[in-house]
Every structure is written in structure tokens, then in C-alpha cells.
Design a protein around this ligand. Structure first.
Ligand code: 13P
Length: 234
């Protein structure tokens, strides 16, 4: 998953690198453009060779989110890309972007039906109390009943459900989300933490420092893949 910040300031070679690494991988890899908000960056993602993208119009009023998502969905589909979009609004902190709690909104099932019908998306990122970044010390408070209702709708429409903010969720919660239709989990915070923790452990030189940071991230990814039931499926 690549964040829009990668398109700025010399990030294009990084995107090319990821696309090439995925093409040469022995297992199928999707290079996904995460949280694209502006039309410009999403159009860039469409021409850069990503396999899928996320249209994040969740900051827009409902009807504007529909027209924005619909426009990008049409263009992305014409290039054979898969399209994910968010309805509702996640709270939390990610990449320095803070969305105040008061703005946080849960996904509305009736709106979701209209949104899916109008935009022709492949995957819906739901807001059921999930947050980016760290959960409060009281732990996550996911509305699993709402997720069940959204699943009833999404399976009728042939759309997959996506859960952002999956760092810090217990194995039991993950299982509950999978049972209620989640087919893609987004994890960022835990992978970054593993990297940072590893850098704080002294190493004799840069090569070892970088290698151990990479191993630390790989271990988190491997553990998440086991939890999500995707290990060994390729
Ligand atoms: P976390 O902050 O829980 O890792 O979520 C990441 C995410 O949803 C990226 O889109």
C-alpha cells in the first residue's frame, strides 16, 4: 500500500520500484494506492501502474463523495483497476493528518446502498468505530452489529468490505470481522512501530540497522497474514 505522500517530492521512482518488485514477485502482489483524496493524485495513480486504488472522499458531503468516487471509479475501471472507497469518516491520526473525534461518523447502511449503486465500487471501507493510529486504553469499540448489516448489503451487491485501522485489534475481533464480511484489513501503525523500535536497538553499522528494521516489519506482516487467514494461499 502506498500513501499519496509518495507521489510528492521524488516519490515516483519509489512507485515504479514497488510496481516492478510486485511484477517480479513469485506470489501475486497488488500495489494499492491508499487514501487518495484529490482528483489530481488519483488521476496520477491511474496512470502510474497501480493495481487498485482507494478513493477517500469521506471529507466531502455525501452527494459530492458519490460524484467524486463515481468519476474516479469509471476511469480506474477502464484501466482494469479495482476501486475501494470510504463511506463514513474515520477518526484518529495517520501520517500527521488528524481528524477530530467530533468529525467521526459511522457508515450508514442506507447511504451505503445508494453509494455502492451509484459509484460501482468493488470494495467499501467501513467506519464502525475503527480508528487510524492507536486505540484508547479502553480498547477498540467496534460496532459488530452494524458490520453485520453492512455485510448483508455488500454481499447482495457483490462488494467486499475493508477495515482500516486494524492495528491493535485482538485475534478475536479480527475473527469476528472476517465472519461479518471483512476481506481486507489495513495495518500501518504496528508495522511502523516495529521499524522504529528496531532502530532504537544499537547495531554496529547501518547495514545491520536497516536489515534488522526490515526483519522487524516482516515479522509483523507475517503475523498479520496468519491472523487474517491469508498465509500460504498464493
Ligand atoms: P492503522 O493505523 O490501524 O495501522 O491503520 C492503517 C490504515 O488504515 C491505513 O489505511
Amino acid at each position: 500500500m502506498i500513501h499519496p505522500s509518495a507521489l510528492k517530492e521524488g516519490g515516483l521512482p519509489l512507485v515504479a520500484c514497488c510496481v516492478s518488485a510486485a511484477e517480479h514477485s513469485s506470489v501475486p502482489i497488488t500495489v494499492h494506492f491508499d487514501h487518495g483524496t484529490s482528483k489530481l493524485e488519483l488521476m496520477e495513480a491511474i496512470v502510474l501502474g497501480f493495481d487498485s486504488l482507494m478513493v477517500d472522499g469521506s471529507h466531502l458531503p455525501f452527494k459530492d463523495n458519490i460524484s467524486h468516487t463515481k468519476y474516479i471509479s469509471f476511469l480506474a475501471h477502464s484501466k482494469g483497476m479495482l476501486v475501494e472507497a470510504e463511506l463514513g469518516r474515520l477518526s484518529g491520526t495517520e501520517d500527521g493528518l488528524t481528524v477530530e473525534d467530533y468529525e467521526a461518523k459511522l457508515t450508514d447502511v442506507n447511504q451505503a446502498e445508494e453509494f455502492i449503486d451509484e459509484t460501482d465500487i468493488d470494495a467499501l471501507a467501513v467506519c464502525i468505530g475503527n480508528v487510524h493510529g492507536k486505540y484508547p486504553s479502553s480498547g477498540p469499540n467496534l460496532k459488530l452489529d452494524l458490520l453485520k448489516d453492512l455485510h448483508a448489503l455488500s454481499s447482495k451487491k457483490g462488494v467486499l468490505l475493508v477495515l482500516h485501522g486494524a492495528s491493535g485489534l485482538s485475534a478475536e475481533l479480527i475473527k469476528g470481522c472476517i465472519e461479518r464480511g471483512v476481506r481486507k484489513f489495513n495495518v500501518n501503525t504496528e508495522v511502523r512501530k516495529a521499524y522504529m523500535d528496531s532502530l532504537s536497538r544499537p547495531k554496529s553499522d547501518l547495514i545491520h540497522l536497516m536489515a534488522s528494521a526490515k526483519e522487524a516489519m516482516k515479522a509483523v506482516v507475517a503475523e498479520k497474514m496468519r491472523l487474517f487467514g491469508s498465509s500460504g494461499k498464493a
